[in-house]
Design a binder for this molecule. Structure first.
Ligand SMILES: Cc1cc2nc3c(=O)[nH]c(=O)nc-3n(C[C@H](O)[C@H](O)[C@H](O)COP(=O)(O)OP(=O)(O)OC[C@H]3O[C@@H](n4cnc5c(N)ncnc54)[C@H](O)[C@@H]3O)c2cc1C
Ligand code: SF4
Length: 334
């Protein structure tokens, strides 16, 4: 582990000023950043500990939604009465991630920015990784790419975003609030994470001197009909091979509107607007769900070891939409 300095801050302005130092990074729960520092993947010169900032509340907004502070822990968020009642999809997604101990530490802001679990990225003995060393190549493209992307990848990087929370927030049409030296701005969730293109090392549209302060969810539409389905190698404590966040706004058996996002398949949570549009106005049945699944996977491109993900994702979408339509709300995985 490289030497680094450590600084505690107590207000956002101080945090933003401190992070403008060369290669400084914010410390949330530390469950991702500190691991990567120990492995030699990340080497910040300064850690700015933001845990004393007043950003750990979940509050209601004037438009009927919620504002989730960037320091709300994943366990607290998943178990918050407002979230359980109005956004069970988010609760279920969060509870499917990591382990109870990790969720007790992990923060909303840190989870948004957690880095890929690509083996070649996390293991510095592999020299070729455009994300770690831009221009060095991609060991995964011709390597063991079972867990890698099938949508939106580029010839420079086929990594996936590993977060479950992100998938649920994409389907819920969240907005990320940030603050930097030039003031505050709001980034729609779909524009927050980036596809790899030629610059896979730039993973989000957050600037390096900006602090995430909160995530906002609009007024709930899917409280009665949603499902988070996570398919993984083990039933718990494993990242998703494919995950589906499905929300339906129902009028009897007719779908008024839908939210649909996939995890484990792309460099960012993959929200399919085409699939969502195809569901609106339809009767909730297998035919409509299958059409949505086909649309969501249109353009999918497999690599040597991950072709199975295309069919897996389609079947998972149909299953998640079916469970959402049935109005089941229990069953979050530990
Ligand atoms: C063994 C293991 C299994 C896991 N399984 C899963 C899983 O199944 N599903 C899942 O979703 N996750 C899983 N995780 C990941 C875990 O959820 C993340 O490590 C965690 O959410 C990161 O949050 P953190 O607060 O600890 O972030 P940190 O490690 O503190 O920070 C992560 C990044 O975010 C930046 N950051 C933090 N807060 C802010 C802020 N407010 N503004 C700007 N930048 C900020 C940091 O500088 C850093 O770059 C697992 C982790 C481990 C170790
Ligand atoms: S997929 Fe991306 S993160 Fe993985 S080795 Fe290739 S460039 Fe690196």
């Amino acid at each position: 582990m490289n030497p680094f300095s450590y600084q505690r801050v107590t207000d956002p302005e101080e945090a933003i000023h401190a992070v403008s130092a060369h290669n400084a990074k914010f410390l949330g729960g530390g469950t991702n950043l500190v691991d990567l520092m120990k492995d030699g993947v990340e080497h910040p010169t300064t850690l700015i500990d933001i845990n004393r900032l007043d950003l750990a509340q979940v509050t209601t907004t004037a438009s009927g939604g919620v504002l989730i502070g960037a320091l709300v822990r994943n366990s607290d968020l998943a178990n918050h009465a407002l979230i359980r009642r109005n956004y069970p999809l988010l609760s279920q997604g969060l509870l499917s991630g990591a382990s109870p101990q990790l969720r007790n530490m992990a923060t909303t802001g840190g989870n948004l920015l957690q880095r890929t679990r690509c083996f070649y990225f996390m293991d510095t003995t592999f020299p070729a990784c455009n994300k770690r060393y831009p221009g060095s190549g991609c060991a995964a493209i011709n390597g063991y790419n079972r867990i890698h992307a099938i949508l939106g990848a580029s010839e420079d990087c086929i990594a996936t975003n590993p977060s479950d929370m992100n998938v649920a927030m994409a389907a819920l049409d969240a907005t990320v609030h940030v603050q930097g030296p030039k003031g505050k701005r709001a980034i729609p969730f779909a524009d927050f994470h980036r596809l790899p293109g030629k610059t896979p090392q730039i993973e989000t549209n957050l600037r390096s001197d900006e602090l995430i302060t909160a995530v906002e969810l609009p007024a709930p539409k899917f409280a009665a009909n949603s499902w988070y389905l996570k398919v993984r190698d083990r039933q718990s404590y494993a990242f998703a091979l494919v995950a589906v966040a499905a929300g339906l706004e129902m009028d009897g058996t007719t779908i008024k509107s839908a939210g649909l996002a996939l995890g484990g398949v792309a460099h960012k949570p993959w929200r399919s607007m085409e699939a969502e549009r195809s569901l609106a106005g339809k009767t909730a049945n297998a035919e409509a769900f299958k059409k949505a699944a086909d649309l969501a996977l249109a353009g999918a491109k497999p690599y040597e070891h991950n072709a199975f993900k295309i069919e897996l994702a389609k079947q998972s979408i149909v299953r998640a939409l079916t469970l959402a339509a049935q109005g089941r709300r229990e069953g979050a995985q530990a």
